[in-house]
Ligand binder design. Sequence first.
Ligand code: GP9
Ligand code: MN
Length: 440
Amino acid sequence: DESDMENVFNFVHDHYAAPDKDKFGIAKGRNVIYIHLESFQQFLLDYELEDENGEKHEVTPFLNSIYHGNDSYSFKNAFHQVGQGKTSDSEMLLENSLFGLPQGGAFSSVGSTNTFESATKILHSQQDYTSAVFHGNVGSFWNRDDTYKSLGIDYFFDSGYYEFTDENTLEYGMKDKIFFQQSIQYLEQLPQPFYTKFITVSNHFPYPLDEENIDIPAATTGDATIDNYFVTAHYLDQAVKEFFDYLKETGLYDNSVIVLYGDHYGISNARNKTLAPLLGKDPAEWTDYDNAMLQRVPVIYHVPGVTDGGIQDTFGGQVDMLPTLLHLLGVNTQDYAFMGTDLLSKDHDQNVTFRNGNVVTPEYTIIGSTVYDTDSGEVIGNISDLPEDQKEEIQAIKDKANTQLSTSDSILQSDLLRFYTPEGMKDFNRADYNYQNQME
Ligand code: GP9
Ligand code: MN
């Protein structure tokens, strides 16, 4: 009930990380453009795939250039934190700084009914942003068409807004290059500043190859899922480049912050031993630690014009992305029920909680009851066998992770945000949103 909100704020106020003064508001008033990199793992960045003749192929040259730029705050130790809700859990994390649920997809189970204090609602209330999501697949997938109303998303352009042909379609929807091309007609009509998200699909399991878009040779492990993953990621890289070209041509680029992120793994743990040799690892020595390390995904805040960016060592996860973004836009996050903290704050909490309760910190990787050294991957020991003070240290890390997850779960499961309206939040009504015949 209402008093449960007190517990939430005990955690939230304790956990809050104040913004770095030099970064707060540096992107104020700019458009926000999220580019969702489907199933994209961090190891693809800077990866060079060697073909049978020993020739090397850079898989994602464009994303690499963005990742390394001084005009990007890029995180090399950022992890996805999704559960069974996969893509939609990543959206829950990004839009609300809340985790998906322990079971099933939260978008499906509580998305239609709960009250949210989403990115969209905050930015609309505080800075008059207009919001839109673009996705070349059916709107009901993951219950988006309904959940987005609860999130206060003004426009949702789903498959009904795109011209599908046999040639421009793959299993999960429109091919990424065509998707971006066809999105522009709608993007152009949005009042600025806008908050937008482009959800790509081509780089989705099982990574079907599309003859006309094969531009690098596949890998040769013999597992088609792994082999083709590099090829479809390369296509996604080209699609993102083309979209950036458009943004630059129209001048939108300079007035935007572009956030690129991977939603979750593309290669499952069951396949990682086959992937291992491509990462220079011996499959015989592959451990759960290695699986955990592979849950890294790109998290990049590209802010054209800044010069103090580059690759950051900070550990963090998707739950941290909303506070980071809002601080860049000059919105303080102190009074929101966020589970994450600003990645660019010196007080940022670097413990990364996975949805299953495992934790990665810069020092320890805790998987079940086994503790690894995050740097070396060596097993430190089973929790129960550790010296007393270290055991306490690890237990405290685990407890905090569990509190973070249970706090998030209590918000979603008991719909707690209906009891709390942050100052300055406007009134939102689901019934005011309709995604049919928009822009006509
Ligand atoms: C479908 C797409 C895929 O619309 O977003 O979702 P996923 O299977 O990756 O969770
Ligand atoms: Mn996905």
